[in-house]
Design a protein around this ligand. Structure first.
Ligand code: SF4
Length: 371
């Protein structure tokens, strides 16, 4: 099978006991696959007492918000006692993610992990993708190869746009929204052609400048603050695992005026800041845009990508104004957004609310992209 992913994919190593925010302490539902569960059962040593059994599905029962198998040194006691081959599939692969299309597979690492976030951000401006062969069997889920190729082509164009220095960060975010709005209008029976046409248009600088000028023709700078306020208010109503993230939303809301007015200074002074934000966009596009080759709507992917960059940028500006902006702090903000929004039910909620909640209107998103 041909596997395609960022060229640093195979460099990923879990830092285990050195990790400052171990994923075994997130309180997530961790599924145990059948083979692993049956192995634990065969050991008859009490491991299954920590695993729920509901309608044939098995999950680790979290203790005080962390995995009961995590020892006091931050290491997995199952790995230590029985070997790495005996942890569940999800524990083996996390934070790696995959997509399968017949004999083609994509692989990456999620931003919810600090080590992975570090890899994406330190490659900012020059994230490259490559492919390699594995001896896995082809997947048998249905897909349309013509549509897949068109979606891959369009994604390549968008990722290259995100890493180009021809446009500002605000331009790039606005263009993602314009792409999503156009893709939304594609005829269901001509999706592949539509993605190819959009890809061609979005490779043409002149056309992109025209699109930007058209999209911004009736935007007013004084609407930006209100748009950001509305989006933060919407975000404050989502559900979070830990109090830290809603606390950040409160701080951003309270200092919004100051943050919106310091955006230009931040971009001008914090070296690589906008490149790192583009790396965040590249991650979300790489991971989720391919869903358009199955049944995923394009617009929610674009809005979600813009929101992730916009929110991380506001948080970074606050760090910058407080004199603490750094790569390490940036990794924390990127990871927290991923943990609390991307790796939670909030993603589904945002994907739906884009169509119904006026605070997430295209106009508000476009205004926020200008910040
Ligand atoms: S968050 Fe990443 S680095 Fe930390 S323990 Fe989990 S996989 Fe390892």
């Amino acid at each position: 099978m041909r596997v395609y992913g960022p060229d640093f994919f195979r460099d990923f190593r879990c830092t285990g006991s050195e990790c400052s925010d171990n994923c075994c302490r997130m309180g997530w539902d961790i599924e145990i696959d059948d083979d692993t569960y049956n192995y634990y059962k065969s050991l008859d040593c009490g491991l299954c007492e920590h695993i729920s059994d509901e309608n044939g599905e098995h999950y680790i029962i979290q203790r005080s918000g962390q995995c009961p198998f995590l020892n006091e040194n931050g290491l997995c006691s199952i790995v230590l006692r029985y070997g790495e081959q005996h942890i569940s599939e999800i524990c083996t692969h996390h934070p790696r993610f995959y997509q399968w299309f017949g004999n083609y597979k994509e692989a990456g690492t999620g931003l919810c992990c600090e080590r992975s976030a570090m890899l994406w951000l330190t490659h900012a401006g020059d994230i490259r993708f490559c492919d390699w062969e594995t001896d896995e069997q082809p997947d048998d889920l249905d897909f349309d190869p013509t549509l897949l190729n068109a979606v891959l082509e369009a994604r390549k164009t968008l990722i290259s746009l995100m890493q180009s220095d021809r446009f500002t960060l605000s331009d790039k975010l606005a263009l993602l929204l314009i792409f999503g709005l156009n893709a939304q209008d594609l005829d269901d029976t001509a999706q592949a052609d539509g993605f190819l046409q959009l890809s061609a248009a979005f490779s043409d600088t002149r056309q992109l400048l025209e699109l930007l000028s058209w999209a911004r023709s009736d935007l007013h700078p004084h609407d930006r603050l209100d748009a950001c306020k509305q989006i933060l208010e919407y975000m404050s109503e989502l559900e979070y695992m830990k109090p830290g993230f809603p606390g950040v939303i409160k701080q951003l809301s309270a200092r919004l005026d100051e943050l919106v007015s310091s955006g230009a200074e931040f971009s001008g002074s914090a070296a690589q800041a906008d490149d790192r934000l583009c790396a965040v966009a590249v991650y979300y596009l790489f991971r989720y845009f391919i869903g358009c080759a199955r049944s995923q709507q394009c617009l929610p992917v674009m809005v979600f990508t813009i929101l992730s960059v916009w929110f991380t940028r506001l948080w970074s500006i606050m760090q910058f104004n407080d004199g603490v902006y750094s790569l390490e702090e940036n990794i924390i903000s990127v990871k927290e957004f991923s943990k609390e929004i991307e790796y939670s039910d909030n993603t589904d909620r945002i994907y739906e609310d884009i169509y119904t909640d006026s605070r997430l209107s295209a106009r508000n998103i476009l205004n926020a992209a200008e910040v």
